[in-house]
Design a protein around this ligand. Structure first.
Ligand SMILES: [Fe+2]
Length: 232
């Protein structure tokens, strides 16, 4: 459990979208940067390729990105895991061919005051679903599938969310439209806060304590860039 929950909660807000956070040229730079970066993880089981934005790459774009981000979310520090070479990172590019399932990105250091997470779509189709439900333990993938629960990965695997949010059935209409890749019983007690429709140039901002997942709507593949932040 996170230690500074009171302080973390003080900075919590509703999720929001910043339209036209990047201009067309900046979007291109992000897409080119992705091509340039070395692969960090190629997970064939989850059909996802991850690359970290190491501080050695594209300093000019770093300046633009960090300044813009500060204007949007205020004072913060980056809080992204280092690359496997041990370099600091501004965030994670994820190229996914399968929907990402229900999880939370709260990290593993309970001494930190975790703050906002941002998502920058670099392809134009799909959605990210942000739930009102929050979690103050470590980064966890929530599932009731025994196979997933026994899988090894960066996140902890657990079904403890079902004890936290009550047993109310999840809304069927939303389920059918966006979440068919999940077992509807894995979503009991969950309530949607925001459905972010991916659009190039827009930025999604949400709290790191919020449960989220992608929708089942993928046109071959999705590419997005996420940063995690903390308060000092
Ligand atoms: Fe996430």
């Amino acid at each position: 459990m996170h230690k500074f929950i009171k302080k973390i909660k003080k900075f919590e807000t509703k999720p929001y979208v910043v339209r036209k956070f990047l201009d067309n040229e900046e979007i291109k730079s992000f897409q080119n940067l992705y091509e340039e970066l070395p692969v960090e993880i190629n997970n064939t089981r989850q059909k996802i390729i991850k690359k970290k934005w190491s501080l050695e790459f594209n300093k000019d774009l770093q300046k633009i990105y960090t300044q813009k981000l500060k204007k949007v979310i205020g004072e913060h520090e980056m809080d992204n895991p280092e690359t496997k070479e041990g370099s600091k990172s501004l965030g994670l590019f994820q190229e996914s061919y399968m929907p990402v399932t229900l999880h939370v990105d709260t990290g593993f250091d309970f001494e930190k005051t975790i703050y906002k997470q941002t998502l920058l779509p670099l392809t134009n189709t799909g959605e990210t679903i942000i739930f009102k439900n929050r979690f103050y333990g470590c980064s966890t993938t929530f599932s009731i599938d025994p196979k997933e629960l026994s899988a090894k990965g960066y996140n902890k695997r657990s079904s403890e969310h079902l004890k936290l949010f009550g047993s109310r059935d999840f809304d069927k209409e939303t389920y059918n439209e966006y979440l068919k890749h999940e077992d509807i019983n894995n979503l009991k007690g969950l309530e949607v806060d925001l459905i972010f429709k991916w659009k190039l140039g827009d930025l999604l901002v949400f709290d790191r304590t919020q449960l989220h997942c992608s929708s089942n709507n993928i046109n071959k593949k999705k590419l997005g860039f996420t940063s995690s932040t903390k308060k000092i």
